[in-house]
Design a binder for this molecule. Sequence first.
Ligand SMILES: Cc1ncc(COP(=O)(O)O)c(C=O)c1O
Length: 406
Amino acid sequence: MSAIAPDLAGLLARRVASAGPALMRAGAAGAAGVIPLTYGFPDPGSFPVAEVTEATRAALAARPGDALQYGPIAGAVPLLELLVAKLAGEGIRATPENLLVTAGGSQGIDIVTHLVIDPGDAMLVEAPTFIGALQTFRNAEARIFEVPLDPHGLDVDALESRLASLAADGIRPKLLYTIPTFQNPAGVTLSAERRPRLVELARRHRFLILEDDAYSELRFDGEPLPSLYSLDPEGHVVQVRTFSKILAAGLRLGYVVAPAVLHSRLLQLKVDVGTSPFGSHVAATYASDGASLTGRLDAHIVRLRAIYRERRDAMMGALEEFAPDGVTWTVPSGGFFTWVTLPAGLDAVELLPAARAAGVDYIPGPSYFAAGGGSRHVRLAFSFLPPTDLIEGVRRLMGVVAQVRR
Ligand SMILES: Cc1ncc(COP(=O)(O)O)c(C=O)c1O
């Protein structure tokens, strides 16, 4: 190919050379007999199949010409109405001028990235961060700089120092990508005290915050915290959200909540003649209980919290029971993941073949870092499997850790 299309070959080399690990290409199940603690797939048993079937029939009966036709790029009207109501319930006063329905949170991340980043532009990410987002930033050829996390989320002091040192080198990041609540992969949450400080830094240093809020609805303990977007709704924050974790990942529905001033530009970047009008009409029909536009979805989310809380507790209990000395982990108050740190001297990449041979799989830490490192870490997902499998998976993994340590 290089002989006939040298430019294309160069482009492919740049993009593919920096590709991260295959993201969910293999699906969640993995090899036979191996317990996958790998992907953040929702609990398949939680999908409300009967209600979605009924909502599909009802949506097709009520609005066949809308559900089966191309749709508005910003989103199908009933879904936008649902979102306005849902956000109002969270204290966010959004109008359709703030909203863009997307193909999952993933497309939201992609569009916002392309709104802001030209090849070579600097941006900031948490270390560690979501693999899919890292891949998007690499595709956009961003220069990615990392900011560490601690148990209270993004280390805002470290961010401030990082901004100062970058400024001294003449570099001004245009975007910061953060998952403040129940972070993927670390399971930590940005403290209430740090949230306004982070927004203030964005104002002062004039970067846009891309707030990925995939998990905040799945809270098991404690009170909800204000989203970064709610702290600066017409300012420096764009929020990306998803129906994947609260209804069905297969719908491929998410949305962007953005300052109105960015809306027309975001619309221009979204070249798709509407995000699944069919799925959107089904989701909006499903979500309403007749009395409230979000009533049935809200009740479903309450059930999901109980399911995932039980799984979180099972995984935490198993770690307490089986982890040898020197292993530590985060205790998430919501979401899908815990972040395990292996004892000094152990390497999660080197450990993986032995873990698979022992019948358990995971994603090692380095995949979640823009600049490598993190080899003592393991992300464990507690979302996909029932408690008995989670406990057995952790038992197997910790057995391997204990054996290697000896
Ligand atoms: C932090 C985070 N953001 C975004 C996504 C993307 O999800 P989707 O495209 O299914 O909405 C995920 C999925 O795992 C995630 O963990």
